[in-house]
Write a protein that binds this ligand. Sequence first.
Ligand SMILES: Cc1cc2nc3c(=O)[nH]c(=O)nc-3n(C[C@H](O)[C@H](O)[C@H](O)COP(=O)(O)OP(=O)(O)OC[C@H]3O[C@@H](n4cnc5c(N)ncnc54)[C@H](O)[C@@H]3O)c2cc1C
Length: 529
Amino acid sequence: MPVTDNSLNAEGALIVGAGLAGLFCALKLAPRPVTVLSPTPLGFGASSAWAQGGVAAAVGEGDTPHAHALDTEKAGAGIVDEFIAESVTAEAAARIEDLARWGTPFDRDDKGRYRLSREAAHSINRVVRVEGDRAGFAIMQAIIAEVRRTPSIRVVEGITAVELVRAEGRVIGVFARKLGDRYAEPVFIRARATVLAAGGLGGLYAVTTNPPSVRGHAMGMAARAGALIADAEFVQFHPTAIATGADPAPLATEALRGEGAILVNDLGERFMPAIHPDAELAPRDIVARANFRQIKAGRKVFLDTRMAIGGRILSAFPTVARYCLEAGIDPVAEMIPVTPAAHYHMGGVQVDARGRSSLAGLWVCGEASCTGLHGANRLASNSLLEATVYGARIADDISGLEPVPTRLRPFDGIAWDEEKGEAAEARLRDLQPVRALRQVMSDLVGVERDDAGLREALRRIAELETTALGVTRSFLNMTTSATMVAAAALRRTESRGGHFRTDHPAEDPAWQHHTTMLLDEALAIRAEA
Ligand SMILES: Cc1cc2nc3c(=O)[nH]c(=O)nc-3n(C[C@H](O)[C@H](O)[C@H](O)COP(=O)(O)OP(=O)(O)OC[C@H]3O[C@@H](n4cnc5c(N)ncnc54)[C@H](O)[C@@H]3O)c2cc1C
């Protein structure tokens, strides 16, 4: 797309996406000027605000960053980058202090020490939380208030980036479209440094816990611009999304199982102890697959919190209790129906330890990135941690390159228009090609995969890309991400962490490494499928 006169200047760094990663980076950049793009009003449309568990950090007695790193490596199934795990866990306490300083009301005991939760595959209670299951909401409320108080941050709400712009070998900004103006010419926003923080890709799947705006746009945009993508095949499926048919599916946090809740099928059988010594607290991929197989065999799966938690669920897990009550389930007296759902992407745009991508001028943080921290399977509550650590590292890296602060003016004519914005969101959700793409991903690139299914998925994605009426760049970003995941999943002929191949069910030591791929390579695999 040519760069036209229809352009704006970010007058400093440009951050695409307003979840925890983007806003943390913006705050760390202060007082340097930064423009943040958000498709919706701040706080909406970000996975960050929906996080229930909390942030993993070795801040409790008897814990150490090294022990946290070892748990991270174990969960990551042999391909976690050890140096990254050690360095990220070592920075965790400082980033928790930042969040607390900006007003996050973390749960504390009467001596002021953090109250810590236990989640699967952590060897100790290590998850810093807020009011039981309200961590994401409370963290986002606190940092949004801090962002609003910070004059060096210009927030533009109601705008979606659709393409990265490159010139002279570097990324120089983005093309972005005002929400609701699907047919208007995108505006070019020029920036000295572009930070992509537009989230993961769970919403590419028909059954997901992610908000509707998190559908692989970030990875798709970066891949189309020529960035190297790493570990795209590794998608984490959460075992216990609440199965009421709602889209997205609300989450029943793992902390419930941490407090003793068990999984049973509709015959009343508890099946996890026979599958793994840690039973319901086995790594997520194992529990997700067990639930998937029960459902595939015609059974229903329930999370039974009644014995372990009982009436306390109302006060200790208010978010889960509210989701249940809204769906007509009494969480004190009844079991909660659950299903696996696409939840988190371990892969993403490959970045180095400073958050730099393979494209000059482009930094990536949060779920859009692949830092090497999660390997093949993310340890619970490590993603909010990673978002803060890399948000801060990128701010540090950019600060070294950035000139003096300037006064930011608002972008004229771009603001959240509630009526148009909500109508545009609803339309996007219901577009037939989008629905078809999400079904292909759930059916053929989901919890279990095989060669024939992945080839079929690639052919169907190509077909949707070329035949969908009114294809927009947004949709192309989604099909690009879908192609990257399916092609990488087809190439990795083994099972590891979140990637399970029924035709290659064992881990293969020859595959004990990260994978990287350019879009051209993925398209070549797709063309041969
Ligand atoms: C239900 C749920 C519970 C979770 N619980 C936990 C937990 O307890 N602990 C934990 O560590 N992790 C948890 N996770 C994962 C964690 O929330 C995410 O990995 C993390 O919040 C990602 O942060 P982010 O800033 O990268 O992305 P997000 O918070 O998803 O923010 C992405 C932002 O980019 C915007 N955006 C998208 N596309 C564009 C575009 N084209 N242009 C401009 N902006 C765009 C979105 O609107 C949004 O503002 C949970 C996830 C979910 C869904």
